[in-house]
Design a protein around this ligand. Structure first.
Ligand SMILES: [Zn+2]
Length: 245
């Protein structure tokens, strides 16, 4: 498998993982090609057109011009274009509608890291008022409001989640939704508390990312995401489906 086919395979796998994790057919996942000049995008839902290939990914240039692909372009393309445009270290973007995370932020509360694998959420995932990714300025605003975080929750709509690669963006999305669920569990007994602020740095020092990575210690980094992604990738390849509700 060449690098491009491998990337396409990872995107389609991510879409299948998120179908199970989020129980939602809306949303899309994208990742930059190895040359950094294009990106591939796969949707969580199968194509409406029964003639279109189910396992296809769309290919875009960085201005959003469709280069190849056999299905309709998603409406909310600016939630993908803007992070690639404004953040150099972004290699992958996910736009989705995580139901439990949306429930938490509807109360005005941020999703905070109540377990160590979410420590890179820092003081909590930022929240914005309603926006829609068809509108260019909303894409730009989403990146601005995200700041140094790995995600933005958009009230009444969904989330934009980023990563340096598609594995990281996928695991960031899963940890955000699972973290939101843990908050709901915790809230039935008391007030959910975040992990101490130094936990992310300690874990980042114990498990540094490979190479001379300037993002080390920054909140974008997700500890152990490759291993976690591989676990779910194997389930998908075996044809397994699961539920986290
Ligand atoms: Zn949406």
């Amino acid at each position: 498998m060449n690098e491009l086919s491998e990337l396409k395979d990872k995107l389609l796998t991510t879409a299948k993982i998120l179908q199970c994790e989020l129980h939602d057919m809306w949303g899309h996942v994208s990742a930059k090609t190895p040359d950094g000049e294009r990106f591939l995008l796969a949707m969580l839902r199968p194509p409406a057109d029964s003639e279109a290939p189910v396992d296809d990914a769309l290919e875009f240039d960085m201005s959003g011009r469709l280069l190849s692909g056999g299905r309709n372009v998603p409406d909310e393309i600016h939630f993908h274009l803007a992070p690639y445009k404004h953040r150099k270290n972004v290699g992958a973007v996910i736009h989705c509608h995580p139901p439990i995370a949306l429930s938490v932020v509807s109360t005005g509360r941020k999703i905070i890291p109540i377990y160590q694998l979410a420590a890179h959420f820092g003081k909590g995932i930022p929240i914005s008022s309603w926006m829609y990714g068809t509108i260019r300025s909303h894409g730009d605003r989403a990146v601005r409001l995200m700041g140094e975080s790995c995600a933005l929750m958009i009230k009444g709509h969904g989330a934009v989640v980023i990563g340096e690669d598609i594995e990281e963006a996928c695991i960031n999305t899963m940890r955000m939704e699972r973290g939101a669920k843990m908050m709901l569990y915790a809230a039935t007994l008391g007030k959910p508390a975040p992990v101490p602020p130094g936990v992310g740095k300690v874990l980042g020092a114990i498990y540094p990312p490979p190479g001379n990575d300037k993002q080390q210690g920054k909140r974008l980094r997700s500890i152990g995401h490759k291993i976690e992604f591989q676990y779910y990738e194997r389930l998908v390849k075996k044809g397994e489906k699961w539920s986290t509700i």
